[in-house]
Design a protein around this ligand. Structure first.
Ligand code: ADP
Length: 605
């Protein structure tokens, strides 16, 4: 029995082979072939038919398997590039075409996205062309189209591209997903006619449905990814801008930076920032000429709180709590503005407005602080002069320099002196606080001995100690190094802490000052002032060191005070680079600790 000399799946060869066989049998019949020979021939033909049927079944199965395999591949990725490559590779494998291309709609226009040929060779420009009439027909009919010789196909007689490109065998299937035309899959063979069979068409149709779903998914994924990337970029930009703007409190600088960020974000050519002014609008941070007409529009924007948008320029109000703070004026660069830039700059303006408002508030605060400091220092100076005369004259009276005083007169004079002293301290404290707040309080650190400052402070409180019959002890480490401190300010710190200890400790109590140097923290000396007084409640400890704080404890309230001493002390300690903290137990006593930097090279004594 003869075996078939060809692979029966290859249609062209199969047909040729069959024609040749038929011709040979006819000639044999004409030449008087016997019935037995004829019988043998028929049996042979039956075998051929059987073989063809088996082959066709096998071929179908193989295609189904291939179709299944490529569907699996299609579902494996959501990446756009990978998906279009997989689609086109699968098409070549499924149809055995010479070349295939994916023609997809981009912004409404059909464009070749990817092309492949069986050999993998690069394509010429010409090869990238496809027959528009075939593609349009497939899309219009919404079903796959097959032509086995386009040159003579009556459907495309009028198509110039078909003859120009020498197209013959073409398969074209529309990619439609949920009624949206994505494009077509287009496979062709230019040299030969009759390459594709209706089976190829059916396989391509089945595959195209899956490919359409995969492409639509990949496109959605791509769009989501792009949107996400854009959002991340935008957020990063906003974050950078906020960090940049919040780092500054100078109003004009914040304005300049805000418009610079707006220009950067929108890729504008230039821009300016307008502020409401009595004349209407005042332009700042100007990097462009603004026409009178645009100034008028900007005034309207300020009034109606609505942006004015055109592809050439954006005028946008900077709003804060429904109040316009100013306007962004942006001029488009090479690319015209779109609503995307408007949305972005609106979000940017919302954030910039906060920084602009903060800078404005800060400047207002600085101005009012300045005014307050000037006022306090003026009042203090004005008070000091009369205070000095009150103190001086009352001292003269007390010393009997203008005649002997009666016991009652002396008592009155002493009251005047006490109150004048209180006033003097209050005025001094107010002056210090206002200097601290305006940043004008300066210290002049020099190598200082703690013991000398302590001695001076002790002299100030010694009278109070005697009156209250309190015990005083000082225990300074013998080898204390010199401190790097302003001696007067160090004395002031010690006076504040010592006088508080004396004031807020009942008569007969004990006050101790200790200072030690820790070799493992050699940059500082730690000083502690301990009393056996009323103590401070945990709640009050949280409020210590704030201006005007005074405890509600009745024994403490009985003492005179302003609530400014600790706030000043903390500032003085910190100006020196040290720290201050407290440990206290109600009814037991309090210890205030503070550190002061050591002078120079830990020069120990
Ligand atoms: P003043 O002593 O003029 O009230 P300060 O700022 O020096 O102001 O102190 C603030 C408050 O802290 C005091 O009124 C008091 O309530 C509390 N305080 C400070 N030192 C002590 C202390 N050694 N013991 C108890 N309470 C204290």
């Amino acid at each position: 029995m003869k075996t078939l000399p060809i692979n029966l799946c290859q249609t062209q060869e199969t047909l040729g082979y069959l024609h040749r066989e038929i011709h040979a049998r006819r000639t044999a019949l004409r030449n008087g072939s016997t019935p037995a020979a004829l019988e043998r021939e028929l049996a042979h033909w039956e075998k051929i038919i059987q073989k063809l049927q088996t082959e066709s079944l096998l071929q179908k199965n193989t295609r189904m398997e291939l179709l299944y395999a490529v569907s699996q591949e299609l579902n494996a990725s959501l990446d756009w590039e990978e998906t279009i490559q997989t689609v086109i590779d699968a098409v070549i494998r499924l149809t055995g075409a010479e070349r295939g291309m994916l023609v997809l709609k981009e912004a409404g226009k059909l464009q070749t996205q990817v092309m492949r040929n069986a050999t993998g060779k690069p394509f010429s420009e010409k090869a990238l062309n496809f027959s528009k009439s075939i593609v349009q027909r497939a899309l219009a009919e919404k079903k796959p189209l097959l032509t086995n010789n386009a040159q003579i196909d009556p459907r495309f007689q009028d198509s110039e591209s078909i003859s120009a490109l020498g197209l013959r065998s073409i398969l074209c299937a529309p990619l439609i997903y949920r009624d949206v035309e994505l494009g077509v899959i287009y496979v062709e063979n230019r040299a030969h006619a009759g390459i594709f069979s209706p089976d190829d068409l059916a396989v391509l149709a089945a595959f195209t449905n899956q490919a359409a779903v995969a492409l639509a998914n990949a496109r959605t994924h791509q769009a989501t990814n792009r949107a996400l990337t854009r959002r991340v970029e935008e957020l990063t930009l906003l974050q950078e801008m906020i960090r940049d703007l919040n780092g500054r409190l100078n109003f004009n600088r914040v304005m300049e930076r805000s418009i610079a960020w707006a220009i950067k974000a929108t890729q504008a050519a230039n821009g300016a920032l307008g502020l409401p002014s009595p004349e209407g609008i005042q332009w700042l941070a100007l990097s462009t000429q603004i026409t009178p007409a645009d100034t008028e529009t900007a005034k309207e924007v300020l009034q109606c709180h609505q942006p004015n948008f055109s592809p050439e320029r954006i005028i946008l109000p900077l709003m804060r709590e429904n109040r316009p703070l100013g306007v962004f004026y942006l001029v488009a660069g090479e690319e015209p503005f779109t609503t995307k830039e408007l949305e972005l700059v609106t979000r940017l303006a919302d954030n910039a407005a906060i920084a602009v408002e903060n800078a404005r508030l800060y400047e207002a605060l600085l101005h009012s602080n300045q005014a307050k400091s000037e006022f306090v220092s003026l009042v203090s100076h004005e008070l000091r002069t009369p205070m000095t005369s009150i103190r001086g004259y009352s001292e003269m009276l007390q010393k009997g320099m203008v005649g002997e005083l009666t016991a009652q007169q002396l008592q009155f004079v002493e009251t005047i002196q006490r109150n004048a002293d209180r006033m003097r301290i209050l005025v001094q404290d107010l002056l210090d606080i206002s200097r601290i707040e305006s940043g004008h309080l300066k210290i002049q650190p020099v190598a200082t001995e703690l013991s000398q400052s302590l001695e001076a402070a002790y002299q100030t409180v010694t009278e109070m100690l005697t009156v209250k019959q309190q015990e005083f002890n000082a225990a300074l480490d013998e080898d204390l190094p010199l401190l790097l401190a302003d001696p007067d300010r160090l004395t002031q710190v010690l006076i504040n802490l010592l006088s508080n200890a004396v004031k807020y400790t009942p008569a007969g109590g004990k006050i101790t000052v200790r200072a030690h140097f820790e070799p493992d923290r050699p940059a500082f000396v730690c000083c502690a002032i301990t009393d056996t007084g009323y103590g401070i409640s945990p709640a009050d400890q949280c409020k210590l060191f704030t201006k005007f704080f005074r405890s509600e404890h009745p024994a403490i309230r009985k003492e005179t005070g302003t609530g400014l001493g600790l706030a000043i002390t903390k500032n003085l300690v910190e100006l020196h680079g040290g720290a201050i903290w407290v440990q206290s137990t109600e009814g037991v006593g309090t210890t205030f600790f503070f550190t002061t930097p050591v002078a120079g090279d830990v020069s120990r004594r």
